[in-house]
Design a protein around this ligand. Structure first.
Ligand code: PEP
Ligand code: MG
Length: 738
């Protein structure tokens, strides 16, 4: 089996060479210097493979790369670009056909076939190679051969930012067990397996409690409550029931556990929303934890005096908790996203983290690692000079950490006295506390999808009341903007899938789905209002509104819900109502809605995606996505102008709210309320407190005349640098207050 990427490439090269009956088939891969490495070959001298590097632009391979065009020659040696490389012993071959491998507009390699005869390859043969090269480019672009492995040669690997900061320590590989490799097997004794399952749950619940107690001392207050996500899952009837059913159907306990874990993890992984998508990692961690406990495997004790960098496909919260106090220097996840709970905890602990690096070669326990969370890079066995440089950066960031801590309780006020309001976005109950701890002045967006997604059927009104009440009570005295169910499209409920839509982003989602299922909406709205009884901080937010009719229908339902509850004796009143402005059509209709709503919240993620017609979660186009885009900024300016005219309070709750460049521009345009994930609040507050409003206004005025997003970013970044803020965004924040 060709499991490793290099084996797959060798197999492809072999297959092309035998399928086309050519004497040579070779694949060259570009490195960052533009040199072409001979990655695989059938036909050239074996000793040259993975050794020969053709300098950038040299030879026929260089010509194919620079022209981005096939080169098809009957006699290669007679071409002026011919460049002889002795190690390959290619003097026996005359015919040559090379085609470029292109990904996102850049040449990443060249596919070559050669033959002994002097003859030109036919149009069909060339066409076949061009087609193969297009497929191969896709395969290679996402392979560690093109990213990690090539980078590893100089010891540097890139990933995604998980948590900022610099950490230097010794690698500790995390063993997750191999739950996903467990096969189904017959269950010998169903009732014993069911008992074992419940005993296992009880044991792991206890383990989680112990770990929570251990880490609680390292984190301020509530961040450790992320463990409640685990506890919740361990008590979730649908998760427990799924395993039980699988056992009753005849599967042994580990097989049933794998089945349930995969089922729920995949449910989340398939979701549209990147935040919810990242929750699949929690389920995966928990499944492995249960499996390890079933196998009787405990985490190894770590020495108390060694600085540790935890490295694993994923790194679980339990593994973090097991590191002796003060010794965790960094976290590297080979898989995983910046929205995983691992990243949330790393941010809260102030431990740098890099996610999604892909495989790292030559990594072993006790290898020395530098984790640069600011630039999403990991250095393996760095030399003395590199190490010294990073040690200096580490010292600088400790200094900055102290400064951030000092403003935790301070208002988000500009140097010239304009105050902004900073809210948090949350979704899981376990994420409630980090907002408060980081100084959130309320919840700008509570995504209600999760209580619906982790079940086998729609949650009852009482069940929803219990969940919403905890959020509203935790933020008593502060506003909580609860969004009605935003599912549909790719955010599916397992028990009510919306299928067969050709264009789910434009389909039955958000308010369109819930209005058509008004019985669900009524239950949810009643639950929200009941949960807010006596608290007076509930605000209802509607997703994906695109027409006045939708708003009218909801208002009617809301009036009805309030009347029903009052008639039933609840002391409730009509809550404030707002809409997400995330469908471009909503913008022009703001004046029509002024009398119907109490506030608006700009959903800049969807608004940018619809304005630019770009799905940023689609890797093929993600690089083109930038919310700091003239079209997006101009529309936001229009929204703010209309909101001001009609006296509608406005906030923004998409990713722009935590992007420093965007925040400067939004402030300059007049926005005064931002909602972001909890851990981002201190840095954004720091930014606001370090700037004058008139500087932000000048910058946004200038930005409105730029036609390229990159120019806008350059201008604002230069200004931030001038204001002495580059440290905040490029270097530090190790130890951001939790
Ligand atoms: C948005 O679209 O900007 C938003 C905050 O909503 P979500 O990311 O949940 O779609
Ligand atoms: Mg949205």
């Amino acid at each position: 089996m060709a499991d490793q990427p290099i084996d797959q490439v060798n197999l492809v090269v072999e297959s092309i060479s035998s399928g086309m009956a050519v004497d040579v088939c070779s694949l060259y891969l570009a490195n960052t210097e533009g040199e072409m490495l001979l990655l695989a070959s059938r036909g050239l001298a074996a000793g040259s493979v993975r050794r020969v590097k053709i300098p950038a632009g040299k030879g026929l391979v260089g010509l194919v790369a620079s022209s981005r065009h096939p080169v098809n020659l009957a006699n290669a040696e007679s071409h002026p670009s011919f460049y002889y490389v002795a190690e390959t012993q290619e003097e026996h071959f005359h015919s040559f056909c090379g085609v470029p491998l292109v990904h996102t507009g850049k040449v990443i390699g060249v596919l070559v076939v050669q033959g002994r005869d002097v003859r030109q390859f036919s149009d069909e043969e060339q066409g076949f190679l061009v087609t193969l090269a297009a497929h191969l480019a896709l395969l290679l672009a996402n392979s560690p051969l093109a990213t990690g492995e090539v980078a590893n040669r100089n010891g540097r690997v890139s990933g995604i930012r998980g948590a900022p900061g610099i950490g230097i320590g010794y690698c500790r590989l995390c063993d997750h067990g191999e739950l996903y490799a467990v096969a189904n097997a017959p269950c010998d004794n169903v009732s014993k397996s069911l008992d074992d399952w419940h005993a296992l749950l009880a044991a792991v619940r206890l383990e989680v409690q112990t770990e929570q107690a251990a880490i609680a001392g390292k984190l301020s207050d509530g961040v450790a409550s992320i463990f409640s996500a685990y506890t919740m899952l361990l008590s979730d009837p649908s998760f427990i029931g799924h395993v039980e059913k699988n056992i009753r159907d005849g599967n042994w306990l580990p097989g049933a556990l794998r089945h349930a874990t995969q089922h729920f993890a995949e449910l989340f992984r398939a979701m549209d929303d990147p935040y919810l998508q990242a929750r699949h990692e929690d389920i995966h961690h928990l499944g492995n934890k249960l499996y390890n406990s079933w196998r009787g495997i405990q985490g190894a004790d770590l020495p108390a005096d060694r600085r540790i960098v935890l490295v694993g496909n994923q790194v679980s919260v339990s593994e973090i908790a097991a590191v002796p106090a003060g010794m965790l220097e960094g976290i590297v996840c080979l898989e995983g996203s910046s929205l995983s709970h691992t990243a949330v905890i790393a941010n809260a602990l102030g431990v740098p983290a890099v996610m999604g690096t892909g495989p790292i070669r030559h990594l072993a326990n006790d290898s020395l690692l530098v984790v640069d969370g600011n630039n999403a890079q990991v250095m393996l066995n760095p030399d003395a000079t590199v190490l010294a440089e990073y040690q200096k950066l580490e010292d600088d960031q400790r200094f900055l950490m102290k400064r951030l801590e000092q403003i935790r309780e301070a208002p988000a006020i500009t140097l010239d006295g304009t105050e902004l309001t900073l809210y948090t976005n949350t979704g899981l109950l376990a994420d409630i506390s980090p907002g408060l701890v980081n100084g959130a002045q309320g919840v700008g967006l509570y995504r209600t999808e999760i209580p619906f997604m982790i079940r086998n059927s729609f949650p009852s009104e009482d069940e929803q009341v219990a969940v919403y009440q905890q959020v509203l009570a935790a933020y008593e005295g502060k506003p909580v903007h609860m969004r009605t169910l935003d599912i549909g499209g790719d955010k599916q409920l397992p028990y009510f899938p919306v299928e067969n839509e050709e264009n789910p982003a434009l389909g039955w989602r958000g308010i369109r789905f819930t209005l058509d299922n008004s019985q669900l909406l009524m239950t949810q709205v009643r639950a929200m209002i009941r949960a807010g009884e006596d608290l007076d901080n509930l605000r209802i937010l509607l997703p994906m509104i695109s027409s006045t009719g939708e708003l009218d229908d909801f208002c009617e339902l809301l009036t009805d819900a309030v009347a029903q509850l009052q008639a039933e004796g609840y002391r409730v009143k009509r809550p404030a109502l707002g809409v997400m402005v995330e469908v471009p059509a909503a913008i022009s209709q703001i004046p029509f809605w002024a009398e119907k709503i109490d506030f608006i919240s700009i959903g800049s993620n969807d608004l940018s995606q619809y304005l630019l017609a770009l799905d940023r979660n689609n890797p093929r186009v993600a690089a083109r996505y930038d919310h700091v885009h003239p079209a997006v900024l101009l529309e936001i300016q229009r929204i703010l102008q209309m909101a001001r005219l009609h006296r509608i309070p406005v906030s923004l709750c998409g990713e722009m709210a935590s992007d420093p460049v965007a925040v400067v521009l939004l402030m300059g345009l007049g926005l005064r309320t931002l909602s972001m994930s909890a851990t981002k609040i201190p840095r954004i507050k720091w930014l606001i407190r370090s700037l004058r409003l008139d500087t932000a206004e000048q910058l946004s005025e200038g930005a409105m005349t730029c036609m390229y997003p990159a120019d806008i970013r350059l201008r604002v970044e230069a200004a931030l640098q001038e204001a002495g803020l580059e440290d905040l965004f490029n270097r530090n924040t190790r130890g951001t207050p939790a």
